[in-house]
Design a protein around this ligand. Structure first.
Ligand SMILES: [Mg+2]
Length: 250
């Protein structure tokens, strides 16, 4: 058993708890899309009404994820906005698109909270000398998800992190794990991957040779799946004795 030098995490429902979120999946975007709408209204004559604009955005997201899942490519947020705007006959220059993503003003999702042991567990792992990475299936660029990481005081714990939107591949595609492993300078055989989705997080990590840990808090109701992790935990702090045991096996 090789020595474990790094622990890589999924983000949503692995480090933060989505069970108490206030709105459904589409609604979490409404106020942010409205920010973009307000901004465009200052300079654009022929905008559709606000609800049609929001629906166009949601449709573009659905379509982008459906396409991405065919090849485990990464849905890309700037491309989604380009598509949304094109639907309404708007064709912003690349610089203008960047501005729209800033105006979107992404923030932590209301009701999404840290697990009670997230900070203490990451702190303990760092104190033990493990490199930490973050690998998230997210259409947004990392700088947008960093807004959440900073708000939860998680940003400084990670040596490397990536979204599928930036990398162009999503878990379980090997390229997104490899992207972060390369930044850490650690091969998958010397790393643990922790995630809550068997078919995405665990399947891809198993394939590459990580030690895999399924995060399975009660609200996720994991059913029997063909994908088997090496370990299953209900709380993040359970990682610490697992890593201690792996270190003793070396
Ligand atoms: Mg997740």
């Amino acid at each position: 058993m090789p020595q474990i030098n790094a622990v890589l995490f999924d983000f949503d429902d692995t480090l933060v708890d989505w069970s108490q979120r206030a709105n459904n999946d589409g609604e979490i975007y409404r106020c942010h899309v409205s920010n973009v709408y307000d901004y465009l209204q200052e300079t654009t004559v022929a905008l559709p009404d606000r609800d049609a604009f929001f629906q166009g955005y949601l449709d573009a997201i659905t379509q982008a994820w459906q396409e991405a899942k065919k090849t485990w490519g990464g849905a890309n947020f700037a491309a989604i906005w380009q598509h949304t705007l094109a639907t309404f006959g708007l064709h912003p220059a690349p610089g203008e698109l960047d501005k729209l993503l800033q105006v979107f003003d992404w923030q932590p999702v209301p009701g999404v909270i840290l697990y009670p042991d997230t900070i203490e567990t990451l702190g303990a792992l760092r104190a033990h000398g493990y490199k930490l990475g973050l690998v998230t299936n997210s259409m947004m660029p990392m700088w947008m998800r960093d807004i959440e990481l900073a708000a939860y005081h998680l940003l400084d714990y990670f040596d490397a992190r990536a979204t599928s939107g930036d990398v162009g591949y999503m878990k379980p595609h090997p390229a997104i794990y490899q992207h972060v492993l390369q930044q850490l300078g650690v091969p998958p055989q010397q790393a643990v991957f922790v995630g809550d989705r068997p078919e995405n997080d665990i399947a891809g990590a198993n394939e590459l040779g990580f030690v895999t840990v399924l995060m399975s808090p009660p609200h996720l109701n994991h059913e029997e799946t063909a994908v088997q992790p090496h370990f299953i935990i209900k709380q993040l702090r359970e990682l610490l004795p697992i890593l201690a045991a792996l270190a003793n096996e070396v």
